[in-house]
Write a protein of this length. Structure first.
Lengths: 112, 114
């Protein structure tokens, strides 16, 4: 079945640093999604990518849909304390837009 | 507008019991999906309902079931609970017309099975 390999598993960074995380798959995805989950909350959609090669920004966040459709990355610039949380990549299963396959998540810790 | 509401937020059950979790989607959203989140397996799709019909089902045993009502509210039930069913159960709603994969998640119901 479709699986998403997300890395790194965790990151400890200093406030102000840039962050990069990525997701790869052995299968093609037609949509790539990036979610963030805060403690005690459900995941919240950060960025949605619908086209191979697409580069999309949302404030300090930038995500790209890989040309091969088998990978995506998320960058966070100038990290701040509220960036702490778990970041998930996700993609819809073929033929079912709302049945998402999620990556294992990247736990981000921002040190003051 | 109000977000996705899940009840209860926390519950403790013992093995063999059954549990019912409730989800109220965002007003106007007609699709409700359920996911199980555990430290070991991560986020896994359980099932999706639209117009009171199950549209998709993940790879979970028959002990996991759900339903959707005419007002789009949904419930999921787990029977004969096992220790491994301890998890955060997340409900997500979407407005099915467009917006591929744009799910709006609730805060979840955290189930502990003793």
């Amino acid at each position: 079945g479709q699986q998403l390999n997300q890395s790194p598993q965790s990151m400890f960074i200093q406030e102000g640093e840039d962050v990069s995380m990525n997701c790869t798959s052995s299968s093609i995805f037609n949509t790539w999604l990036w979610y963030k989950q805060d403690p005690g909350e459900g995941p919240v959609l950060l960025i949605a990518l619908y086209k191979a090669g697409e580069l999309t920004s949302n404030g300090r966040l930038t995500a790209q849909f890989g040309i091969t459709r088998k990978d995506s990355f998320l960058n966070i610039s100038a990290s701040i304390p509220s960036d702490v949380g778990i970041y998930f990549c996700a993609g819809p299963r073929s033929g079912s837009a709302r049945q998402l396959t999620f990556g294992s998540g990247t736990q981000l810790t921002v040190l003051p | 507008k109000a977000g996705v509401t899940q009840t209860p937020r926390y519950l403790i059950k013992t093995r063999g019991q059954q549990v019912t979790l409730s989800c109220s989607p965002i007003s106007g959203h007609r699709s409700v999906s359920w996911y199980q989140q555990t430290p070991g397996q991560g986020l896994q799709f359980l099932f999706e309902y639209f117009s009171e019909t199950q549209r998709n089902k993940g790879n979970f045993p028959g002990r996991f079931s759900g339903r959707q009502f005419s007002n789009s509210r949904s419930e999921m039930n787990v029977s004969t609970l096992e220790l491994g069913d301890s998890a955060l159960y997340l409900c997500a709603s979407s407005y099915i017309a467009g917006g591929d994969g744009e799910l709006f998640f609730g805060e979840g119901s955290r189930l502990t099975v003793l």
